[in-house]
Design a protein around this ligand. Structure first.
Ligand SMILES: *Cc1c(COP(=O)(O)O)cnc(C)c1O
Length: 379
């Protein structure tokens, strides 16, 4: 028996700073859309250099909106295809199904991201877009996929749920070529709030549309109506059948504090990853999932591949270590089972991948302890 308790993710909040931000909302009497959500949008644009950013209640909502807006813009027919990865959280692929489009799965590469060659092989006359997931904060071969999209006239959606703060080593932001980037600030992501996300369209027109769509299709937000002038602010129009997807000021308050420390926190994540790398040097039976050479990853995840993953996971639990699995091949799930057999690399990775504890409360001693145990159990 052990008294260790080393969890996969432990979100870290600067409590006093978060409370000060939230206090501002409470004292102002403004906890909804506007004010802090706008401030976070501005700060995110400044931080990323992206031209547009709209704050939402989740990245799941963001991915749905990304597909919906592009479908509207380009008049895609129901049944049109989007090439996507089977190695992701189901939000990514559900977003395609929500919009009556068809996920076509391409296989993954050594980074566990979409393999550009496989993307090429899955393009059909019905293909309209590619959905790329930067798994664990990795950029994989995103630039090659961008090139393919450009050459083939396909839209590109970047699911950057793990990529807050990921950069290329030259300092530039991954996904500048994408039509839309969606970030997640969910509770256990590397820039945590409670639940929320950001959608960043390349085109101003789409940013305008998503602001309406995220508030039931109404063409003016509450904040603008109460802070502007004029007596007929309730006489708004409703242009779309939108859902209620926008973010609120309490979540944005947490996001502002997380953003302030994002670079520092990611640097510590990379330090933890470097300690794991060092500890696993020359280790037998353990394959480290590499970070693309030109990528400075947010290191949302530290992933390894081992043949006896399930057995190893149980043994680690016995030692008070609680790793995770990112992800189970989505083709296992009922609604994606039509693609069975199409992505052998993703299936093999899904059976072997293990995400080791990765969070800001870990010490070098913790990393060494985890690595030692993994080395003992990996067959
Ligand atoms: C978490 C996650 C999402 C969904 O994010 P939410 O903000 O929880 O809706 C989408 N894609 C990936 C890859 C994720 O890990």
């Amino acid at each position: 028996m052990t008294n260790k308790n080393i969890q996969l993710f432990v979100p870290y909040f600067r409590t006093e700073e978060c409370l000060a931000q939230i206090r501002e909302c409470l004292e102002k009497g403004w906890t909804g859309l506007g004010f802090k959500t706008l401030e976070l949008e501005e700060k995110w644009k400044e931080y990323t250099g992206l031209p547009h950013a709209h704050y939402l209640n989740s990245a799941t909502a963001g991915l749905d909106l990304a597909v919906r807006v592009l479908k509207l813009q380009h008049k895609w027919q129901d049944g049109a295809e989007i090439i996507s990865t089977p190695l992701t959280f189901v939000s990514t692929n559900h977003a395609i199904l929500y919009n009556n489009l068809k996920p076509v799965f391409a296989d993954v590469d050594e980074y566990l991201c979409l393999n550009p060659q496989s993307v090429l092989e899955h393009i059909t006359p019905k293909t309209r877009a590619v959905m790329f997931v930067g798994l664990g904060g990795n950029t994989g071969q995103l630039q090659k996929v961008e090139q393919i999209c450009k050459e083939k006239g396909l839209s590109l959606i970047l699911d950057a749920a793990h990529m807050s703060g990921t950069r290329y080593t030259d300092g530039s932001l991954p996904g500048k070529e994408a039509d839309v980037i969606v970030y997640s600030y969910q509770a256990v992501k590397n820039m945590p709030t409670g639940d929320s996300g950001m959608i960043c369209f390349k085109e101003a027109k789409n940013d305008e549309i998503v602001r309406k769509l995220s508030w039931l299709g109404i063409n003016k937000d509450t904040f603008a109506r109460t802070s502007g002038s004029g007596a007929y602010k309730w006489k708004y129009d409703v242009e779309y059948l939108g859902y209620k997807d926008h973010g609120n000021s309490i979540m944005a308050a947490l996001g502002l504090v997380s953003l302030h420390y994002l670079d520092r926190d990611n640097a510590y994540r990379r330090q933890l990853a470097a300690w794991y790398d060092e500890a696993f040097k020359n280790a037998k039976n353990i394959h480290l999932v590499p970070v693309a050479p030109n990528c400075e990853s947010s290191r949302h995840l530290y992933q390894i591949l081992i043949s006896n993953r399930d057995e190893c996971l149980l043994a680690l639990n016995e030692c008070g270590i609680f790793p995770g699995v990112h992800y189970r091949d989505n083709i296992h799930y009922k609604m994606y089972a039509y693609a069975e057999g199409t992505c052998p690399n993703a299936r093999a990775a899904s059976d072997r991948t293990l995400s080791l504890p990765m969070h800001l409360k870990l010490t070098k001693q913790d990393v060494d302890y985890v690595a030692q145990r993994v080395k003992e159990y990996a067959k």
